[in-house]
Design a protein. Structure first.
Length: 93
């Protein structure tokens, strides 16, 4: 998740937004996989609020994802609402 912050210390109060250009399936390891690899949720219109410090953050994710059946990728994605919180380590380049 690339963030638009100037200093790493600003991570604890940052926000990330993503809106997809196309609602067709994108071959990617990004997103959420359910039931093993059966369903792939890809972000469509999502926001994430980040809290924490330089070592560990809480990422509150909310928004619309598209659920794709990985056994039938020609089928359109089904819109689903996702809301959750994840703990994540901070990686810097």
């Amino acid at each position: 998740m690339p963030l638009e912050i100037q200093e790493p210390l600003q991570i604890g109060a940052s926000e990330w937004r993503y809106k997809v250009d196309s609602e067709s399936y994108a071959e990617s390891g990004n997103g959420i996989f359910l039931h093993g690899q059966t369903y792939h949720l890809q972000p469509a219109d999502v926001a994430a609020q980040i809290e924490g410090d330089m070592s560990l953050v809480r990422v509150h994710v909310v928004g619309k994802f598209l659920r794709f059946d990985t056994k039938n990728l020609s089928a359109p994605g089904v819109p689903v609402f996702v809301k959750g919180t994840v703990l994540a380590r901070v990686e810097m380049k």
